[in-house]
Design a protein around this ligand. Structure first.
Ligand code: SF4
Ligand code: SF4
Length: 244
């Protein structure tokens, strides 16, 4: 079986070369193949991995243009492996996710002090059970097309976490979280659903963002682009006269 890997080398990692490797493994995960290459063919190949069980989220990369966990993806002949997008490249398949994780802080994606005496119903617990499964693999961050035009976008996994805490009845400061996600946040998402398609945990950040929009509207916010387009809809101003 042959696979090709995008290697980024040189001091500034600007030197790119797609290198083909041949391995004799079959029915192997991408991580097993990378380990085989590194131990038997090319010790300079760099990639991240941890638990080997799809729990730590550290082996995310792209195969044939799609984000996968290397420890879960079964390699096929002819696959092309690349690093994740939207994060600075460190070397080969290793990217620096620090900036992406900073969006959790910007979006206030944490639990504030807990209201005392609030009992959670089973229904309330189920509201954010799935979101708690996020392993911070960054696949949704890599696939999101908004970063091509706005690198300050809070992004899918941070917004999913905001929904997780806001939907918890014990959260004492939900409004401050809603306030924090109005700029470069919920209204900047195009609802393309790409994040849902790549999430290894089955989380739909797009759906969580839609729920956050509803909560935002209930708090008095509105979609700024809708307000703008409504003002000039059909080339007419609010009073119906043409606007040029
Ligand atoms: S649905 Fe929104 S957050 Fe998800 S990938 Fe598309 S633009 Fe990004
Ligand atoms: S929401 Fe899914 S794709 Fe995004 S970081 Fe969490 S586990 Fe990964």
């Amino acid at each position: 079986m042959k696979i090709k890997i995008a290697r980024y080398m040189g001091k500034e990692v600007t030197q790119k070369e797609d290198i083909e490797y041949e391995v004799s493994l079959s029915d192997a995960t991408l991580l097993e193949v990378l380990n085989e290459i590194k131990t038997k063919q090319d010790a300079t190949l760099s990639y991240s991995s941890g638990c080997r069980s799809s729990i730590c989220g550290s082996c995310s990369m792209r195969v044939n243009g799609r984000e996968v966990l290397a420890c879960a993806y079964k390699v096929k002949d002819g696959d092309f492996v690349e690093p994740m997008k939207n994060s600075p490249l460190i070397r080969d398949l290793v990217v620096d996710m620090d900036r992406a994780y900073e969006f959790n802080a910007k979006a206030k994606a944490w639990q504030s002090s807990i209201k005392k005496g609030v009992r959670l119903s089973q229904e309330n617990q189920m509201l954010n059970e799935l979101q708690s499964d996020c392993i911070l693999c960054g696949s949704c961050y890599s696939v999101c097309p908004v970063y091509a035009v706005n690198d300050e976008f809070l992004g899918p996994f941070a917004l999913t976490r905001v929904w997780k805490y806001i939907s918890d009845k014990r959260e004492s400061e939900p409004q401050s979280k809603i306030d924090a996600i109005q700029t470069n946040g919920v209204w900047d998402c195009t609802l393309c659903n790409e994040c849902t398609l790549v999430c290894p945990q089955g989380i739909s950040s797009k759906t969580d963002i839609e729920k956050l929009r509803i909560r935002s509207v209930a708090s008095g916010y509105s979609d700024p682009s809708f307000a703008t387009s409504f003002g000039s809809f059909g080339g007419a101003s609010f009073d119906g006269s043409p606007s040029f």
